[in-house]
Design a protein around this ligand. Structure first.
Ligand code: GSF
Length: 207
């Protein structure tokens, strides 16, 4: 099946765009990745997504889809190949919960990073500390819930593993000193395993 007209607008550093790219690649859906900077006034992104964020998936008829959770659900339903979100209600919710956790850690990490980039007088260390505490709690919860299991949910690779992989990959990229590897052995094992998949290796974040 060819879906060459599906266009994914995102940046090379966005972990949410990476999640969508990996889902497309795992499912062998041929999308056109269009790099764009949501912070650039000329990006054209607010015309597609009123929230002004990437990723945006533009369908064949021009309909823009956002955010990444809607995009991955759309992509998973496009073809029956390599299902990443199961049909069973409870199984699906378990995986979406993992995704909410991994995305939530990213949300907090991004807020902390944006705050840290503000001029010294405008920056709130308390706000940064609050967001980083969320990151730490999220990492602890993911590590504990993964435990010694091979995959986050169920018996095989799923959207949950992709979401967690993108979350940890972004933390490694943006917070190389966070040292989660020293205290989250289960996540280390998981991350080293998913990193070998071509879809992950082809989308490593870079500036
Ligand atoms: C988050 C997208 C987002 O924060 C999703 O798609 O899952 N819940 C959304 N995107 C950032 C880029 S990044 O840090 O991944 C973005 O586009 N920020 C621009 C802005 O104006 O906030």
């Amino acid at each position: 099946m060819s879906h060459a007209k599906l266009k994914l607008i995102g940046s090379m550093t966005s972990p949410y765009a990476r999640k969508a790219r990996i889902v497309a690649a795992e499912k062998r859906i041929d999308i056109l990745f269009v790099p764009a900077d949501p912070w650039s006034p000329q990006s054209g992104i607010p015309e597609l997504n009123p929230l002004g964020k990437v990723p945006v998936l533009v369908l064949e008829d021009g309909t823009p889809l956002y955010d990444s959770r809607v995009i991955v659900e759309f992509l998973d339903g496009v073809s029956p190949i390599a299902k990443l979100i199961p049909a069973d209600h409870r199984d699906r919710i378990e995986i979406r919960r993992w995704e909410a956790l991994a995305d939530g850690v990213l949300d907090a990490g991004i807020l902390a990073r944006l705050e840290a980039q503000r001029p010294t007088g405008e920056r709130s260390q308390g706000w940064i500390a609050r967001q980083m505490a969320t990151v730490e709690r999220g990492l602890t919860a993911m590590d504990r819930e993964l435990d010694s299991r091979a995959w986050c949910a169920g018996s095989g690779f799923s959207l949950a593993d992709i979401a967690v992989g993108c979350c940890l990959g972004w933390l490694e990229f943006r917070f190389p000193d966070l040292a989660w590897r020293a205290r989250c052995a289960n996540l280390v094992r998981h991350q080293d395993k998913v990193a070998d998949r071509p879809a992950f290796a082809d989308t490593v974040p870079h500036a």
